[in-house]
Design a protein around this ligand. Structure first.
Ligand code: PEP
Ligand code: MN
Length: 343
C-alpha cells in the first residue's frame, strides 16, 4: 500500500499517517518527491481497516494498494526512475553507460593494459572478477584479495570505478573495501543472506538475473537489497537458459522494456555472458540499447585465446571502441517520442 500525501501536507500530517502505519505493525519508507511525499507501507498485506483509516487522515490525497509482491522495487511505489550514481557516473540518467574489463583479473600488467584500453574505448567503469563462480572446482577461481588490490590499483591509475563480484555474505565487507559496485552474479541471485548483507552495504549493487529466474523472482531478489535500506541497485539481464546450444545463453532483451515498466531501477545488459560468442557481442549490444537499456557490461581481453576465463566471448578493445561509437546514434534514435510511449 502507498499513501500519497497532498501537495503542501504538513509534517504533522505525515507523522499522523506514519503513526497509524506503525501502530498497525508495519514498517514504512518515505519518498520525498519534488511536489509531495509518498509513504510506502512495508511488510505483509495491510488490513482493510488500515487502508480505510489512512484515507480519512488529514493531508492524505490517495491510498493505493500495490498489486506486486515486490514493493520498494516497483514503479507503482516509486514512479520516478532511479538514477544510481557511482563517482561521476550516472546509471539510468539517460545516455547509456559502458562498463568493460576482463572476465577475471589475471595480473597487474594485463589488468592495467585492459583498464587503459577500456577507458580509451569509452568505458566509464572497469569490471573484473577477483572471486569467480566457476562451474568446475578445478578451474581458476580468481586471485582473491590480490585481485581486489589490483583492481584498486587500476582505479587509481585510470580513475575508473570498479565493479567486482562478491559471492558470500561474509565477503561483502572485504569486497566493499575495494569495490565501487558489488556485483551479485547470476548463480547467486537467490543467495538471500548475500542479498541482505549487500543491502546493508553503502556500495551500489549490480544484480544479475539468474539464468533460470523469472523476472518476478529477479525483482524479488532486488527487493531483498532495497528492504535492507540500499536503494542503489542496478539490474543486469545476462541471458537465460534455453534449449539451443548454439549460444551459451539466450539474451532476453524483452526483459529490458518490461523491467523498466515494472520497476524504477536502471537496467543494463551483459551481451558477453548472454551470448557466449564474441561475434554476437556487438549486434546484441546495439539491440540492448535499442530496447532501452541504461548501459552495457562487456568482457574484453587483449589476447582472448590466452584468457583464463571466458575467452570465446571476449572482444578486443578495438571492437569495444566500435560498439561505443555505434551506441550514440542508436540511443538517439530510440529516444524518439513514439518509442518513449512504451514506458
Ligand atoms: C561475470 O560477470 O563475471 C559473471 C560470472 O557473470 P554471470 O554471473 O552473469 O554468469
Ligand atoms: Mn565471464
Amino acid at each position: 500500500m502507498i499513501v500519497q500525501m497532498r501537495t503542501g501536507a504538513s509534517t504533522g500530517n505525515l507523522e499522523q499517517v506514519i503513526g497509524a502505519i506503525t501502530a498497525a505493525g508495519h514498517g514504512y519508507r518515505v519518498i520525498e518527491g519534488t511536489e509531495r511525499s509518498v509513504i510506502g507501507v512495508l511488510g505483509s498485506a495491510p488490513s482493510q481497516d488500515l487502508f480505510e483509516h489512512v484515507q480519512t487522515l488529514p493531508g492524505v490525497e490517495m491510498v493505493i494498494r500495490i498489486s506486486k509482491p515486490y514493493k520498494l522495487t516497483s514503479r507503482e511505489f516509486h514512479p520516478e526512475s532511479t538514477v544510481v550514481t557511482v563517482g561521476d557516473v550516472q546509471i539510468g540518467a539517460g545516455m547509456p553507460v559502458l562498463i568493460a574489463g576482463p572476465c577475471v583479473v589475471e595480473g597487474r600488467d594485463a589488468l592495467l593494459q585492459t583498464a587503459r584500453a577500456a577507458k580509451a574505448a569509452g568505458a566509464v567503469m572497469l569490471r573484473g572478477g577477483a572471486y569467480k563462480p566457476r562451474t568446475s572446482p578445478y578451474s581458476f577461481q580468481g586471485l582473491g584479495v590480490e585481485g581486489l588490490e589490483l583492481l584498486a590499483y587500476a582505479r587509481e591509475e585510470t580513475g575508473l570505478p570498479i565493479v567486482t563480484e562478491v559471492m558470500e555474505p561474509e565477503q561483502v565487507e572485504l569486497v566493499a573495501e575495494y569495490a565501487d559496485v558489488l556485483q551479485i552474479g547470476a548463480r547467486n541471485m537467490s543467495n538471500f543472506p548475500l542479498l541482505r548483507r549487500a543491502g546493508r552495504s553503502d556500495k551500489a549493487v549490480l544484480l544479475k538475473r539468474g539464468f533460470s529466474a523469472t523476472i518476478e523472482e529477479w525483482l524479488m531478489s532486488a527487493e531483498y537489497v532495497l528492504a535492507e535500506g540500499n536503494e542503489r541497485v542496478i539490474l543486469c539481464e545476462r541471458g537465460i537458459r534455453s534449449f539451443d546450444p548454439m549460444t551459451r545463453f539466450t539474451l532476453d532483451l524483452t526483459a529490458v522494456p518490461l523491467v523498466k515498466e515494472l520497476t524504477h531501477l536502471p537496467v543494463i545488459v551483459d551481451p558477453s555472458h548472454g551470448t557466449g560468442r564474441r561475434d554476437l557481442v556487438a549486434p546484441m549490444s546495439l539491440a540492448a540499447i535499442a530496447a532501452g537499456a541504461d548501459g552495457l557490461i562487456v568482457e574484453i581481453h587483449h589476447d582472448p585465446a590466452q584468457a583464463l576465463c571466458d575467452g570465446p566471448q571476449a572482444i578486443l578493445p578495438d571492437v569495444l571502441r566500435q560498439i561505443a561509437d555505434a551506441i550514440g546514434p542508436v540511443y538517439a534514435a530510440v529516444r524518439s517520442p513514439v518509442l518513449a510511449q512504451r514506458t
